[in-house]
Ligand binder design. Structure first.
Ligand SMILES: [Cu+2]
Length: 193
């Protein structure tokens, strides 16, 4: 009888341990507009690259969306929806100018894929239209979120553990904070330029 109870306890601990995860949520204040919050690289952990290709469109002489966040290893399809020719290039990835790349120029309705294997912020430009810009934030983990208009964000289903979370916002300094997820976690940020 005692042995049975012990086995049940072991079984429950195993089941629950495997399933324990929660959301990291909080609020980003200090500047208007959407922010991106992501969990930094986790030592000893790698994550399989997602198969979906999000689309970065060029439409009405704008990049759409203006901000995109993807997991490291994601292939982004760059689409030209305009009748005019556009270009896509970035001067750096995560501040590393050696990661500069020019995707070229292509006609309406066509797509060009690019796989972002390096984490960091990718500022996008079009060398035909100097006013066009956008950002792709390449997150080192699958745990990321974009805040809403009020600055609230929620990163879903993060396994219990201790992490560093970083916030990115156009024109602001990146900020990183530690968080421990134990069923859930909360991190707020106040942005500065
Ligand atoms: Cu353009």
């Amino acid at each position: 009888m005692r042995r049975k109870g012990f086995m049940l306890a072991v079984l429950l601990a195993g089941l629950c341990g495997a399933a324990w995860s929660g959301d990291i949520e909080g609020k980003v204040t200090g500047m208007k507009g959407h922010s991106v919050v992501y969990v930094d690289a986790v030592a000893g952990k790698t994550f399989p690259a997602p198969k979906d290709h999000p689309v970065m469109d060029q439409k009405g002489l704008m990049f759409v969306p203006h901000i995109m966040v993807v997991q490291q290893g994601t292939t982004v399809d760059f689409l030209n929806s305009d009748s005019v020719q556009h270009n896509v290039f970035w001067p750096s990835v995560g501040g590393d100018k050696k990661a500069t790349h020019n995707l070229g120029t292509w006609p309406k309705g066509e797509k060009r894929p690019f796989t972002f294997d390096k984490a960091g912020v990718v500022p996008l430009f079009c060398n035909v239209h100097p006013d066009m810009s956008a950002y792709i934030i390449v997150s080192p983990t699958p745990y990321f979120a974009e805040s809403d208009d009020s600055g609230n964000y929620k990163i879903k289903d993060v396994p219990d553990g201790s992490y560093t979370v970083t916030v990115w916002h156009e024109g602001a300094k990146n900020q990183s904070k530690p968080v421990t997820v134990s069923g859930s976690g909360t991190v707020d940020f106040t942005l500065t330029k």
